[in-house]
Design a binder for this molecule. Structure first.
Ligand SMILES: Nc1ncnc2c1ncn2[C@@H]1O[C@H](COP(=O)(O)OP(=O)(O)OP(=O)(O)O)[C@@H](O)[C@H]1O
Ligand SMILES: [Mg+2]
Length: 466
């Protein structure tokens, strides 16, 4: 049976210095071990690391310079022997392997991409890309074919015969990536692989990695000291501080629920609008009406909820659109029975629950009614009123002000009154006659949106780091 974890690290320590073993023992056995290490003149680079990397995930290790990231990653492929603890690759404890067996395992299972590419200057791009295969003793033709295929994946097949020096930094790093891909290993370790690149190039290579990953589903351990890079790439992120992993979680978990002040400070100035998604800020819709229940029910729910539109769902709770108060009233007057005929998709814009908050501002500004949030199955997951978006933005901004003024966003037209955050669900009476109408229902998680409204929202929207 295949294990879910590609890598499993247990109670892992690396101490540098002559009395490393002694130091690791002290660290393991006493709470105030760090202080006792002072006279041993050792460096505790990794202290009690415990984690698993799942198959197919990008696991980011993030931390300041000197926090132990490189030391940790080098123990994952056995380049560095740990002072204590185990590293399992596909269930095999590599700390117990003999050198030859370890080399074989590295060749077959783990590739590494380095910050400075580690390309050989006198060999062609093609030979560099096929280097691992050469070491593995593959015949030339096969090597060539695999290396070319890998170069094609990173968009460099036209450069096969060039020398590394003829390439830009970004292209050289893609050769480094191609070399790891050509090796065909399931696990890829990347130590600050993109850190030497200019910001724009860096973004391109990040995009490329994400694209490749969507296709190939490698297991990647990616080291960076750049928080935004970590948040962009990582399925999960481990935050390291002075040798210890202080938190492991998704970008969203780390942003919204930092395990301590250190992590909170670390993430204080990340551009949260790129990380948080619609599902993190959405609210329960005030009025949801089943499409089969008819215009009369829609009109009643509109009256009860004092909103300008209700959200209509069909079979399996799939979201169909909205019905406005005007449309409902007119349909009732004309004696129409079918709600489907008056459902509109114009009045409320729709976004996916995975849409980053940064990309919701425009639909929110254009949408007379709160934006509808739809999950992967097309069901109505929640709604985002404009005011909610702005106050949520306030609560996720590091410099939220205490101001309670200026409730309206600047420069957005507001053609219709909508159910804004001022309305609470206890304004909704229990429905009486019709079972298909519901108010305040739906699977939306209730976000913690502070009541205060934030001044100068537009300034803060663009205030994140570039
Ligand atoms: N070979 C070594 N001998 C002694 N100390 C070392 C050695 N390698 C690293 N260290 C020390 O171990 C600690 C962790 O270093 P490491 O290189 O793992 O950190 P890092 O998080 O990768 O830092 P950076 O972001 O600068 O690459 C540092 O204090 C470093 O000085
Ligand atoms: Mg390092």
């Amino acid at each position: 049976m295949e294990t879910v974890s590609a890598l499993r690290v247990k109670s892992l320590y690396k101490v540098y210095g002559n009395r490393a073993d002694k130091a690791a023992e002290i660290l393991r056995n006493s709470a105030d071990g760090d202080e006792k290490l002072a006279d041993l003149s050792v460096t505790a680079a990794v202290v009690d690391a415990n984690f698993e990397v799942r198959r197919g995930e990008i696991f980011v290790v993030m931390g300041l310079s000197g926090s132990g990231k490189s030391t940790l990653i080098r123990m994952l492929n056995g380049l560095l022997p740990p002072t204590h603890g185990t590293v399992e690759v596909d269930g095999i404890d590599i700390t117990k392997l003999k050198p030859a067996a370890l080399r074989k395992l590295r060749r077959e299972k783990i590739s590494m991409v380095f910050q400075h590419f580690a390309l050989q200057p006198h060999r062609s791009v093609l030979d560099n890309a096929g280097y691992a295969l050469e070491v593995a003793g593959l015949p030339r033709a096969e090597r060539r074919e695999k290396a070319l295929q890998a170069l094609r994946m990173v968009g460099l097949d036209g450069w096969a015969d060039k020398l590394p020096q003829e390439l830009s930094g970004g292209m050289r790093q893609r050769v480094g990536l191609a070399r790891a891909l050509a090796a065909g290993t399931e696990i890829m370790l990347m130590d600050e692989a993109f850190s030497a690149l200019d910001p724009l190039i860096r973004r391109e290579v990040q995009d490329q990695l994400l694209e490749l990953q969507a296709e190939l589903g490698k297991t990647i351990v990616f080291i960076t000291h750049d928080l935004n890079e970590a948040m962009r790439l990582g399925d999960r992120i481990a935050v390291m501080r002075a040798g210890r992993i202080v938190q492991i979680g998704t970008a969203e978990e780390i942003l919204t629920d930092p395990s301590n002040d250190y992590v909170a400070q670390f993430v204080a100035d990340v551009d949260r609008t790129r990380i948080l998604t619609a599902s993190a800020v959405m609210e329960r819709p005030l009025g949801v009406v089943d499409v089969n229940s008819g215009p009369r029910v829609a009109a009643r729910v509109l009256r009860e909820t004092q909103t300008s539109a209700v959200y209509i769902t069909g079979r399996d709770k799939r979201y169909l659109g909205t019905v406005t108060a005007d449309a409902a009233t007119q349909a009732v007057r004309e004696g129409r029975k079918n709600l489907q005929e008056i459902v509109s998709t114009e009045y409320a814009r729709t976004v996916a629950d995975t849409t980053p908050v940064a990309d919701i501002f425009a639909p929110c500004a254009e949408s007379p009614a709160p934006v509808a949030v739809v999950d992967a199955a097309g069901r109505l997951a929640g709604v985002i009123p404009r005011v909610t978006l702005l106050s949520a933005l306030g609560s996720i901004s590091p410099d939220v002000s205490e101001s309670t003024t200026t409730p309206e966003p600047t420069g957005t037209a507001d053609p219709a009154p909508t159910n804004d955050a001022a309305q609470t669900s206890d304004a909704i009476p229990a429905s009486d006659d019709v079972g298909t109408a519901s108010t305040g229902s739906g699977p939306a998680a209730t976000p913690e949106v502070p009541a205060q409204v934030v001044a100068e929202p537009s300034a803060r929207m663009t205030g994140g780091p570039a």
